[in-house]
Design a binder for this molecule. Structure first.
Ligand SMILES: [Zn+2]
Length: 298
């Protein structure tokens, strides 16, 4: 035996071969739908003359929902400094179209920043919004952590009960449920989130979270590609500087802060030549039509 230390929980069988570094599976090529018009979003982010249409505060350990019309810009602001926010979005007119975190991880990245987009569920599959500014600009830290996380999901009372044996009603899942009720949505409409201002990564293929780096006034801003219903929870974990479920778990309430949401109308001239993205034109029936026709099909 070599005497090397192996993690016995990680099988290393004969199927493993040395490999060159892989390229991303989904890449933008000139003119394809992943090729974002960065100049347009730069102009939207920097042009003067925007007008504050709505502003709201998401209080500590609470959730709020709001609408953003296609062509408007919305900012999520860490108004008091480091605080994680759990974000959901839906097509305002059809809640079955909503953020698809897994496909967004593939088409964009596991952490999002300026020029990335959030993509919607099937059969819609189109950009719901495009990020236009990210003042955190965290990049990659020494542990491989990055900010604005799509790897994980929201905290919820079920996993809390599972891990602690206690009930708690202000987890992000519950905050989002309460926030969307006035819009006619219910618990099953709440979905995997974008964790704004949250630093995460993988350590030994296990999910980790680090303290939020957001400074007072930092913001993540997006352009709405379609009419949106958005919801945001000010995570009860606060800035995630306190361990929530591990052996050193403490109450993170002292780290909790509110978040602010700002919605802006922008100069209509910036929208010239832009239109809400369309879904892919798949017109097949997943093979059902040819099956009904006896397997023929043309
Ligand atoms: Zn949370």
């Amino acid at each position: 035996m070599s005497g090397e230390k192996h993690d016995s929980s990680v099988p290393q069988g004969p199927a493993r071969r040395p490999q060159p570094p892989p390229a991303p599976a989904y890449r933008a090529t000139r003119g394809n739908p992943l090729d974002t018009d960065r100049g347009r979003y730069d102009r939207i982010a920097s042009a003067p003359g925007r007008h504050l249409a709505e502003q709201l505060t998401v209080p500590v350990r609470a959730g709020r929902a709001w609408e953003v019309r296609a062509g408007q810009v919305c900012r999520i602001v860490a108004v008091a400094g480091a605080q994680v926010g759990d974000f959901n979005c839906w097509n305002r007119h059809n809640p079955r179209e909503r953020l698809w975190a897994a496909r967004t991880r593939q088409l964009q990245a596991a952490h999002v920043t300026t020029y990335d987009r959030l993509w919607s569920t099937l059969p819609y599959l189109r950009p719901m919004l495009t990020f236009t500014a990210d003042t955190v600009a965290y990049g990659r830290d020494d542990n491989g952590g990055r900010c604005h996380d799509l790897l994980g999901t929201r905290c919820d009372p079920y996993v809390n009960r599972l891990l602690t044996g206690e009930d708690f009603d202000s987890h992000c899942h519950s905050n989002l449920v309460r926030a969307v009720l006035p819009y006619g949505l219910t618990e099953p409409d709440v979905h995997d989130v974008l964790n704004v201002f949250q630093v995460t990564g993988l350590t030994g293929d296990r999910y980790f979270m680090s303290a939020s780096p957001a400074r007072p006034g930092d913001f993540l801003e997006f352009f709405a590609e379609i009419d949106l219903l958005c919801a945001l929870s000010a995570c009860p974990g606060g800035d995630l500087s306190v361990e929530l479920w591990g052996p050193a778990a403490q109450d993170p309430l002292p780290t909790c802060k509110p978040l602010r949401v700002e919605v802006y109308d922008i100069d209509p001239a910036l929208l010239r030549g832009w239109q809400p993205p369309r879904s892919p034109g798949y017109r097949g029936m997943h093979g059902l039509r040819s099956a009904a026709e006896g397997g023929g099909g043309t």
